[in-house]
Ligand binder design. Structure first.
Ligand SMILES: [Zn+2]
Length: 522
């Protein structure tokens, strides 16, 4: 499937802080699983992530410390990029909105909107939340405060600014959602967007005056480009806009923007209107994910319930972290995580079901067969074909879940195959076959188990690539793609039953997911 096609996906760009917290990494980890899945499917993938650096808060913090904003932000951006690399985020580019080519792209987007008659100067007044970086309507405020930032005082601001004529795109956006509802997924977040669309669109401010931190506004040196024409344009910068036409032809429109559910308004209403104004094609889909919660509450520094990704990885390993957060938090909605819940999930799925299956398969093959696994085609008992058919059904569910971005369901399906293969092992009892001297049947049973493990390695690779590689090494199976999943012949080839090597020889067994023995703290 999909060989030779391209797939361009992005995360949102993140507001900078000294170091990412685990709940911020969640989006990048989920998008990375999708990127790796698409590479394994045989597609040529471009994956963009990065940081949004031109916030008023950065300018203010730098001024308070008496330094240039760049001096404040450079070490933060480095830490974010290095943390992403440690967590195997296989991005092709880590974009910073202070990058030179991005300033060119953002200015060009403003110029195109100006040329199209969509920019005018006006005065805006209203309540402004410095946490969200946006004006709030009276209906959005709760007891006069931003519900997302109840500790910040909203500020009454009057500004003479440039505005983008979003209201002129009302009908075209309505038509977009009639013709292509899946532009915004999942449906429960799309319904919010449609509600805002029904209320009627308001023009939005695209410049700030008096600031020195930010991209200069075309045609007015007293203004800087403000938030959305800067931030959203990063997706175009990453595709080569405006200067590199060959790259743009290759990568634009994006196939998928992965974002948090709190910024659907901007990605699902502002962004398509900006692209229409610029005469550019729209991305194929915006997918909004939910949040990782702590006992029902949002994770934030002010709440004091932030998880450090490296401290979490010290317990679970990087790939253990990647697996448990994507398995425990359905990508399309909010869910609680707790340390003991994550430990239970890790031990049940990775240490017991999957780890144990691989370990017993490789160990028994080495002990009983001198590592020589016969062709699985010789295994034709009902139970053998039952596992083959179960695997086929599970692979289908895995792909369907990935198509819907239901990453947790894909992982659950994968673990069902591990469970079925362990059940098969119990039922066939290769240790008893060995004792009884039934060598031929013993070989068939271990061939089925090894084949199930080979498939599981490929299904695991998008979420835990290095562990998947270790599984294949221990099995003695060549891996026809690189560490990022590139170069794959596609899932149809990888997952074909019986596609294991001729003269299959298993390697040395070693535990891949050691059990976590931890007295849970919460
Ligand atoms: Zn806010």
């Amino acid at each position: 499937m999909g060989a030779g096609e391209r797939f361009y996906l992005t995360t949102a760009i993140f507001y900078p802080s000294p170091k990412p917290a685990l709940h911020s990494m969640f989006e990048a980890i989920g998008a990375d699983m999708i990127a790796r899945y698409q590479r394994l499917a045989g597609r040529d993938v471009r994956f963009l992530t990065g940081v949004d650096e031109h916030s008023a808060n950065v300018e203010r913090d730098a001024r308070e410390q008496g330094i240039d904003p760049r001096q404040l932000i450079d070490p933060w951006a480095t830490t974010w990029r290095e943390t992403f690399e440690r967590f195997e985020i296989s991005a092709d580019r880590f974009i910073r909105t202070t990058d030179d080519d991005h300033a060119v792209a953002a200015a060009e987007m403003v110029r195109r909107a100006q040329a199209n008659g969509d920019v005018y100067q006006g005065t805006y007044s209203g309540w402004f939340c410095t946490g969200c970086n946006e004006f709030k309507t009276d209906q959005q405020l709760v007891d006069g405060r931003c519900p997302d930032h109840p500790r910040l005082d909203p500020q009454w601001l009057e500004e003479s600014n440039y505005f983008f004529r979003l209201s002129a795109y009302q009908e075209r956006l309505e038509r977009l959602y009639v013709e292509n509802p899946s532009f915004c997924e999942p449906p429960h977040f799309r319904n919010e967007v449609l509600g805002w669309l029904r209320e009627g669109l308001r023009d939005f401010s695209i410049s700030r005056s008096g600031a020195t931190w930010g991209i200069p506004f075309p045609g007015d040196p007293d203004h800087r480009i403000y938030v959305w024409f800067d931030a959203l344009t990063n997706y175009l910068t990453g595709a080569g806009f405006p200067g590199d036409q060959a790259s743009l032809d290759r990568w634009w429109p994006a196939d998928l923007h992965v974002i948090g559910k709190n910024i659907t308004r901007f990605h699902c209403l502002y962004w398509p209107a900006m692209l229409m104004s610029a005469g550019l094609p729209l991305p194929r889909q915006v997918f909004a994910h939910g949040f990782m919660l702590d006992r029902g509450a949002k994770m934030s520094k002010t709440q004091g319930n932030v998880r450090d990704p490296d401290e979490t990885a010290a317990v679970f390993g990087v790939e253990g972290v990647r697996y448990v957060v994507l398995r425990e938090v359905p990508f399309d909605r909010d869910a609680d995580v707790s340390t003991d819940g994550l430990v239970r999930r890790y031990n049940a799925d990775l240490a017991n079901d999957l780890g144990n299956l691989v370990n017993r398969t490789v160990s028994m093959s080495n002990r009983y067969l001198e590592g020589r696994v016969p062709p699985v085609a010789t295994a034709t008992a009902d139970a053998d074909l039952g596992i083959r058919d179960t695997a086929a059904r599970i692979v289908e569910r895995y792909h369907a879940a990935m198509a819907d971005r239901h990453l947790d369901e894909a992982l659950a399906a994968m673990m069902e195959l591990a469970g079925a293969a362990n059940g098969y092992a119990e039922g066939q009892a290769p240790w008893a076959l060995n004792k009884a001297g039934e060598t031929e049947r013993l070989g068939q049973v271990l061939a089925v188990m090894a084949e199930a493990c080979r498939l599981l390695g490929h299904l695991l690779a998008p979420v835990a690539p290095a562990s998947a590689r270790r599984i294949h090494e221990q099995l003695g199976v060549p891996v026809p793609y690189d560490e990022r999943g590139a170069g794959s012949p596609g899932f149809d080839v990888l997952l074909a039953w019986g596609a294991g090597p001729e003269n299959w020889q298993t390697g040395a067994a070693a535990p891949i997911f050691p059990r976590i023995e931890l007295e849970p703290a919460s």
